[in-house]
Ligand binder design. Structure first.
Ligand code: BG6
Length: 797
């Protein structure tokens, strides 16, 4: 049956809808910006100014704006606070004051305060925006929600926006988030998943304000515009090292409740410095103005970062920090914090471009100056014949060659890009960058300013203004995507975990720090340059009590002590053994190393086997310090342990391996087989003066060392080099180097690990020379060096 009336009505309705759709497209658009936390610190200092800046930039370009400042405070209080901030807004210096006043008044008119707390508040806001847009004959283009609130509030707010405050069809939504974005990989994943259930990836804008710093934002355009000059230079063949630095003079006072949970690595390195690192290290996309390409290349840079180890970092804490935490967080007088306020980190990138180039990341509070920069130092193989006074900056290849992205502050006190004149003259967009005027006497990174091509922005702009403009223009590459955020946490979390109990080096703060925090690297190890005579070391618990703190001199029984957590201790010992080996082989052509058995050295053997590729194994002789009287293939044999954990994995010539002859003529340690004498003869024949280059010992809970036991006189003195002894525990029969032979060594290292050793370590620290009671106390090299390697468990229990 035909129903012409209904049909006609339907047609009319469709036409009206289409027409109104067409008309809506033609209407001027409105963007609503909702600033949550509008009365907070960040908003007052930067965000309102950034919004005003956006307004100045965009007004007259076809968009209408409305600004809604929101918070949890009452309408009256909020309005008052906002009015004050709006009054303080400023225009760029080159804008006529009349024009400025006019635009400011417009902006004030377009801004309002409202309380935004309950789901009803969100719904009301949405309705109000719709009504106002309709009333003014506009079309809604989009809504920006800027969340300047603590992260615990994110999820509730996200839920409310999603359920009651999304704009209608055809209008976009952008939600801006401020750090912290999690505390480690797990919490970041959790937060990302929660936010992901409310917003699509393209709707989220995670702010890292360093990406809004003018010089940081210029890194990729600079690399792009100077491709011709940089193509051959930006790689491991030419770059000596890269330094990414943020030094601060301020400390954490007033924000310890945040800082105590985060510390310098999470606060600054995981985000700001890592973002900068990726901009320097990433492959340059063909089209640097494609946000997708930039983000993709950034992600690839993350994937090439080599995992960090505990020894990739040095940590410090300014001395006043714990006191500030106690005051601000009402902690008891005996509270001491381990939170680092200073960190230096050595990063390596495993790809063809950067293999072997050290990237040093460093940041700290309470340092001597405030400055942030990236310095790319190039290798220099030039030799200049003329004396220095004849060197010409633009020509001499002998002057340092470097590119510096001077992010801000410091002696220059403005952002700048500096390129040594002996490198090339860089191209920068002349409309926005100008040459820096000379400042006589000013030297930066070893060169007078005049030795650089130096450019600074024509108009300095605050990071937040730039970022707010990029949010408006959908420049996603200036923000942190979920993928990149998680990639950063994947990189940092293992290090943070391994440093959780690390004791930072305490520093006085400011200029008084002197050289205390200087650090240096060798291979992939980073360490402070200055060894401290003493260090406060807390117990292994994360919240140590003062009774856990002890002043540990870096000496033990008057000899040097190296104390650390086990992994680091083993790494250090392995490094020291390698260094001794290299030295000995260089001087004498061979290295004689006598090793102990038991469980403590297993980790050391593994470390030597796995990570010391330049160890001169071909010139190393391996000896045993002691042996159990069991066949060499017995699992209890010290030689068997050495074989399993080390010898199988390295290339030591078999004639350089010297097991103890405990098994002769199918008998074990029979006196008449003279195994001990045979070993002594072998030593005398091969080891000059019977002086091993290095003897590695352990210490038993009864004070024994090697197989020299208390109350058993064999081997404690006399002429014998190798002796048969009796152990209180099975297998009882042992063969051992004697104390006099051990004491002839050039270096003796005693490795003591584990809580079980705590008591004996305490006791031996106090006893004199009493080898009969504690054979270990008889270890005193005649002219060699004795070094104690103790882990914190052995030392502090
Ligand atoms: C912030 C950190 O993200 O960056 C602060 O939380 C730090 O601890 C600040 O002081 C440094 O930023 P800027 O812009 O002063 O270099």
């Amino acid at each position: 049956m035909k129903r012409p009336g209904v049909w006609k009505m339907l047609m009319v309705a469709v036409c009206v809808a289409l027409l109104s759709g067409l008309q809506a497209q033609d209407l001027p658009g409105q963007v609503s910006i909702i600033l949550l936390g509008a009365t907070g610190d960040l908003a007052r200092k930067y965000l309102w100014q950034g919004l005003f800046h956006l307004y100045l930039e965009e007004v007259g370009k076809g968009h209408h704006f409305r600004f809604h400042g929101t918070a949890l405070t009452s309408t009256e209080q909020g309005q008052e606070a906002i009015a004050k901030v709006l009054e303080s807004l400023s225009c760029p210096g080159d804008m006529a004051s009349g024009h400025c006043a006019e635009l400011k008044a417009q902006f004030q008119q377009l801004s309002e305060y409202r309380r935004l707390k309950t789901p009803e508040d969100y719904l009301a806001l949405s309705k109000d925006i719709e009504a106002q847009v309709e009333h003014e004959g506009l079309r809604e283009t989009g809504r920006i929600f800027y969340l300047s609130v603590p992260p615990f509030a994110y999820v509730d707010i996200a839920r409310n926006i999603n359920s009651s405050c999304r704009p209608g069809p055809g209008a976009w939504l952008r939600v801006v988030l401020e750090k912290p974005f999690g505390h480690d990989l797990h919490s970041a994943q959790q937060l990302a998943a929660e936010l992901g259930s409310f917003f699509r990836e393209e709707e989220m804008y995670r702010v890292d304000h360093y990406l809004g710093k003018q010089v940081v934002a210029q890194i990729l355009p600079f690399r792009d515009q100077n491709r011709a000059a940089l193509d051959g230079l930006w790689n491991r063949h030419h770059v000596e090292r890269v330094e990414i630095v943020m030094k601060e003079t301020l400390d954490a006072e007033g924000r310890t409740s945040f800082y105590e949970e985060y510390g310098v690595i999470r606060d600054v390195l995981q985000n700001h410095l890592t973002e900068v690192l990726t901009l320097v290290a990433m492959e340059l996309p063909v089209n640097t103005s494609s946000p997708e390409a930039v983000l993709q290349h950034k992600l690839q840079a993350f994937q090439a970062l080599r995992g960090l180890q505990r020894h990739s970092a040095v940590l410090g804490q300014y001395q006043a920090y714990s006191g500030q935490v106690r005051r601000e967080l009402q902690k008891p007088d005996n509270f001491h914090s381990l939170t680092p306020t200073f960190a230096g980190i050595l990063v390596h990138i495993d790809n063809l471009r950067w293999e072997g180039v050290p990237f040093i990341l460093m940041s700290g509070k309470a340092l001597d100056e405030r400055v942030s920069y990236v310095r790319i130092l190039f290798k220099n193989q030039a030799f200049c014949v003329q004396s220095e006074k004849h060197w010409v900056a633009a020509q001499s290849r002998c002057l340092p060659r470097q590119i510096i992205f001077y992010i801000g502050h410091g002696e220059l006190d403005s952002p700048a890009v500096l390129v040594s004149r002996n490198l090339f003259r860089p191209a920068l967009p002349s409309a926005s960058w100008k040459e820096v005027e000379g400042q006589p006497g000013l030297r930066l990174f070893g060169l007078p300013l005049s030795d650089y091509y130096a450019y600074s922005p024509v108009r300095e702009q605050d990071a937040y203004s730039l970022l707010i403009s990029h949010i408006f223009h959908c420049r996603k590459d200036s923000f942190v995507t979920t993928e990149n955020l998680l990639a950063s946490w994947v990189f940092w979390t293992p290090l943070l975990d391994s440093l959780a109990h690390e004791v930072p080096r305490f520093y006085p703060g400011g200029a008084e720090n002197g050289q205390l925090l200087d650090f240096e690297f060798s291979g992939s190890h980073l360490s402070f340059s200055q060894l401290l005579p003493e260090q406060l070391v807390p117990g292994p618990d994360s919240a140590p009590l003062p009774s856990d703190f002890q002043v540990l001199t870096a000496k033990y029984r008057d000899s040097p002590l190296i104390s650390a957590w086990p992994e680091e201790l083993i790494a250090r010992l392995a490094g020291d053994i390698e260094a001794a080996a290299v030295r000995a082989v260089r001087r004498f052509g061979e290295f004689h190393l006598a090793l102990s058995g038991g469980s403590s050295p297993v980790a050391l053997f593994q470390q030597l086997a796995a990570g010391h590729y330049s160890f001169p194994w071909a010139h190393t002789h391996l000896w045993l310090v002691d042996e159990r009287c069991v066949p060499l293939w017995d699992p209890e044999s010290n030689f068997q342990g050495l074989q399993t954990h080390l010898l199988q994995h390295v290339r030591v010539p078999h004639y350089n391996v010297h097991p103890m002859p405990v098994h002769r003529r199918q008998r074990l340690c029979a006196e008449e087989d003279q195994g001990a004498q045979a070993y002594a003869e072998e030593i005398s024949a091969l080891v000059t003066n019977g002086s091993f280059d290095l003897v590695l010992l352990g210490m038993g809970t009864d004070g024994h060392t090697a197989s020299l036991f208390p109350q058993s006189p064999a081997g404690l003195d006399g002429e014998q080099l190798v002796v048969l002894t009796t152990s209180p525990s099975s297998p009882h029969r042992r063969m051992s180097l004697s104390l006099p032979l051990i004491n002839r060594a050039r270096k003796v290292a005693v490795l003591v690990m584990g809580r079980m050793k705590r008591e004996i370590a305490m006791l031996v620290s106090r006893v004199g020379h009493e080898p009969k009671k504690w054979p270990i106390s008889g270890v005193l090299p005649d002219s060699g060096q004795l070094v104690w390697y103790m882990d914190y468990d052995a030392f502090l229990g």
